[in-house]
Write a protein that binds this ligand. Structure first.
Ligand code: MMA
Length: 192
């Protein structure tokens, strides 16, 4: 069976073929075209209007799907990010692997609004959540999974206190953070 990311890649490939075909249409994007070769021209802007329509329809259908998923408590959208959970607990490595398998990564709050969206899942499932943050080689220095230093944090009082022995980060159901052993089982919340 194909993984979900393979489907996404196939979809993108199909879209890029479509876009290529469309950009080859004469008269679109300023390419003049030759009626003797390309057949009779439509009214000016006809294809552009069709494209606009197709994009508008896609946009509407995506908004419908997002509304249904949000209504059912499956996703939370903040800006361009979508947070989602499978409702399952896993250790840090397995949770991260699951998110990556589906083309995302572990939920990583970059501001208060994102932190609250992740906290909503913690409350919904009444479980602490693993964040996409890990301790670097210097004890007490926590970083994003891509290695960049934190630009936002919401540590619980006196945290982090593991001094190199708690290299992962859990979010409590009230939204504050604690450094924690990576082997404990926490709710998997991903971002896409
Ligand atoms: C306490 C506190 C935390 C630590 C956990 C580990 C319950 O919280 O000391 O900082 O991570 O224990 O069990």
């Amino acid at each position: 069976m194909l993984s979900y990311s393979s489907y996404i890649l196939l979809g993108l490939a199909a879209l890029s073929v479509t876009c290529h075909a469309v950009s080859n249409y004469p008269g679109v994007f300023g390419i003049p075209g030759n009626p003797a070769v390309d057949g009779p021209r439509g009214p000016p802007g006809f294809l552009a209007a069709q494209l606009y329509n197709a994009v508008s329809n896609l946009q509407h259908q995506l908004l419908q799907l997002e509304a249904v998923l949000a209504l059912n408590g499956k996703i939370r959208k903040v800006g361009n990010k979508i947070f989602a959970s499978n409702g399952k607990k896993a250790d840090f490595a397995s949770a991260l692997r699951t998110c990556e398998e589906f083309g995302g990564t572990l939920a990583t709050p970059m501001n208060e609004e994102e932190n609250k969206a992740i906290m909503d899942f913690a409350k919904q499932y009444n479980q602490y959540v693993f964040l996409g943050i890990r301790e670097g080689d210097t004890p007490g220095q926590f970083k994003y999974i891509n290695g960049m230093p934190l630009t936002y944090s919401n540590w619980y009082q006196h945290q982090p206190d593991g001094k190199g022995k708690e290299k992962c980060v859990e979010m409590y159901t009230v939204g504050t953070w604690n450094d924690r052993n990576c082997k404990v089982q926490r709710l998997t919340v991903c971002e896409f």
